[in-house]
Design a protein around this ligand. Structure first.
Ligand code: 13P
Ligand code: SF4
Length: 311
């Protein structure tokens, strides 16, 4: 069945806004009102005036949208669409960890549950992490959670010594330098662009490191014609669309498979999106007291990002 026209009709009838992350399948990206990274999507959700938000992304993103705009129903086509980073940081363990560093503030990557955000001073995304960290004095003691790759990257480029929670993204962490070197040998004219969730060895050899939006912008402005892309494959759709004359190569995860599709992002399908909009479920539900506490560090992040003109 062709769901495209049906979804577009329902979207119009119900005055719904479809927000999609760059890692969604191309068909979903093409029917969305806005496609972006976590930062851009959070901002769009906060500003939404529609009657419904359909979030084609993962759970923490839809949860963030709900906190920023609690009066609008926020639908997620598949509630199982989680995130290995968010899962790596359970509330009870994180509270124990925090107790060991009583004089530290907490900066959390947006890839966390609402519960972790209630334990956070300020949230960041890959699009503003360096600037958020640098908005604190050099001697400020900081816990950074949950991505040790992103946190380690920020420590290296800012000369800080943030305490890192030991979490990783299962998709980015396994991208290997061996596979990249092989691709580089075969494509000596290609530039390597990487998401900061990649491991330190990959980041060390990257020509450019940035959020999905920033990687996309880089491929448009840089004069190279070929890019090795170290992130989830969904972003290639926009890269190719925006730069049809350029070539984009995916980094295989290992010798045998190209498994850098995020299994959670890819749970969303056109069929699930259609039924979710038709039945107006599944919807994100959150207790009012959680929303009240957890939205504060997200709003702080959005305010700083606006002042710094990052959004
Ligand atoms: P971006 O905010 O850069 O799009 O990253 C989100 C994410 O989940 C990356 O794995
Ligand atoms: Fe989470 Fe990694 Fe998937 Fe991003 S790519 S949603 S960090 S599991």
């Amino acid at each position: 069945m062709d769901y495209k026209d049906k979804i577009l009709q329902l979207k119009k009838d119900k005055n719904a806004l479809i927000l999609a992350h760059f890692y969604q399948i191309p068909e979903i990206q093409d029917i969305a009102d806005f496609v972006g990274d976590s930062l851009g999507l959070a901002q769009k959700a906060a500003e939404a005036k529609s009657d419904i938000i359909v979030f084609a992304g993962v759970h923490f993103m839809a949860e963030t949208a709900k906190m920023l705009n609690p009066n609008i129903p926020v639908l997620l086509p598949d509630l199982e669409a989680g995130c290995s980073l968010a899962d790596s940081c359970p509330l009870d363990k994180f509270r124990e960890f925090k107790k060991k560093y009583p004089d530290h503030i907490v900066i959390s990557y947006i890839n966390t549950t609402a519960a972790i955000k209630t334990e956070t001073d300020i949230v960041c995304t890959s699009g503003n992490a360096v600037q958020i960290v640098e908005s604190f004095p050099k001697d400020q003691k900081i816990i950074f959670a949950p991505d040790k790759n992103l946190g380690g990257y920020i420590n290296r480029i800012t000369g800080r010594n943030m305490v890192l929670w030991d979490g990783t993204c299962e998709v980015h962490d396994i991208l290997s330098t061996e596979a990249i070197f092989k691709l580089k040998e075969e494509n000596t004219d290609a530039k390597l662009i990487a998401h900061p969730e990649c491991n330190a060895a990959v980041l060390e050899i990257a020509d450019y490191i940035g959020s999905t939006t920033n990687m996309l912008k880089f491929t448009q402005s840089d004069k190279s014609k070929k890019f090795i892309v170290a992130t989830e494959t969904g972003i290639l759709h926009q890269m190719q669309k925006n730069s049809p004359d350029k070539q984009f190569l995916v980094v295989p995860s290992d010798e045998t498979c190209s498994c850098n599709d995020c299994p959670y992002m890819k749970l969303n399908t056109m069929e699930k999106l259609y039924f979710c909009l038709k039945n107006e479920k599944p919807a994100i539900t959150l207790d009012a007291d959680i929303i009240e506490k957890a939205k504060l560090p997200i709003e702080k992040m959005l305010d700083i990002s606006k002042i710094m003109k990052l959004i």
